[in-house]
Write a protein that binds this ligand. Structure first.
Ligand code: NAD
Length: 293
């Protein structure tokens, strides 16, 4: 824990929200996990329990670390319950309209000195800050997926972010045993500015018939030494999130090199959003993932 932050709210109990709640609770913070429906919170809690179980099985944590972390997290569908928290991190769906609506609902309940952050992968921090009542106490804290495993957190200041907010966020991230990198507030920041065009290009490679799902992923794993193929990674991130990030890059930088691949659009329209939907470039509904093309 840090001097300033003892309790944390996480808005959105999806793959990232659950991961952030997991690492914060394990580091000793009291955590409120908020989502729009009870079943979302339930599945977020199940995800946390499973990933704490994996850490226990690999002896990274003890049985009591797991039990204590779980006891520190409670779920809620009411934004009122975020009122007394020191820091609230928004990790709702990557859609500016959704995030703006979430801020409209949350802000009236926050205590004046509370910090508000977003885990957005690509949307302008300055623009999101302007949709809140506290641009000085707002910034980007961008975790990587899966949060309990990945070491990096990108910190992004908006134009109005105060130095004190930045320093408090930095101390908070350090208390989670993560390493920070600082990015300026430009579309998709550093990691996704580089990563997503590569994934989009892999989807074009599939779309143009240069290779199959298996040949593209094998090529990049064994030929470029990537731990995961780009299509497997796209499924892991979520194809809706990948498409949103490409759209933010395309709109924000006005360069045709960021045009989202039509095949990515088609998969999202079909609801084949990757792992979280059971199907994307691979079908995950059986024992082993099977390529869908
Ligand atoms: P997800 O689809 O798994 O989860 C999003 C959750 O937000 C859902 O449970 C949804 O019900 C909830 N939600 C929507 N509107 C809400 C509201 N008004 N209030 C509360 N909850 C609401 O998505 P995710 O992959 O967890 O991504 C969440 C955020 O994290 C996005 O901004 C995304 O860009 C970012 N992010 C994602 C990754 C990744 O690899 N998936 C990595 C880093 C950052």
């Amino acid at each position: 824990m840090t001097d300033r932050i003892k309790s944390v709210g996480v808005v959105g109990a999806g793959q990232m929200g659950a991961g952030i709640a997991h690492v914060a609770a394990l580091a000793g913070f009291t955590v409120k996990l908020h989502d729009v429906a009870d079943d979302r919170i339930r599945s977020g809690m199940e995800r946390i329990e499973k990933s704490l179980g994996r850490q226990l099985a690999s002896e990274k944590i003890s049985e009591s670390d797991k039990a204590d972390a779980l006891a520190r997290i409670s779920g809620t569908t009411s934004t009122k319950d975020l009122g007394q928290l020191d820091l609230v991190i928004e990790a709702a769906t990557e859609d500016e309209t959704v995030k703006r609506k979430a801020f409209r609902e949350i802000c009236p309940h926050l205590k004046p000195e509370a910090l508000l952050a977003t885990n957005t992968s690509s949307i302008s921090i300055t623009r999101l800050a302007a949709a809140t009542d506290r641009p000085e106490r707002f910034m980007g804290i961008h975790f990587m997926n899966p949060v309990p495993v990945m070491k990096l957190v990108e910190l992004v200041r908006g134009i109005a972010t105060e130095e004190d907010t930045f320093e408090t966020a930095k101390a908070f991230v350090a208390s989670l045993d993560k390493t920070i990198t600082v990015s300026e507030d430009f579309p998709a920041f550093i990691v996704n500015r580089i990563l997503l065009p590569m994934i989009n290009e892999a989807i074009y490679t599939l779309y143009e018939g240069v290779g199959s799902v298996t040949s593209i992923d094998t090529a990049m794993k064994l030929g470029a030494n990537h731990p995961m193929g780009p299509l497997q990674l796209a499924d892991f991130i979520g194809l809706d999130t990948c498409l949103s990030i490409m759209q933010v890059l395309y709109d924000g930088l006005a360069d045709s090199k960021y045009r989202p691949c039509p095949l990515l659009v088609k998969y999202v329209e079909a609801g084949w959003l990757g792992r979280k939907a059971g199907r994307g470039f691979y079908d995950y509904r059986g024992e082993e993932p099977v390529p869908t093309r």
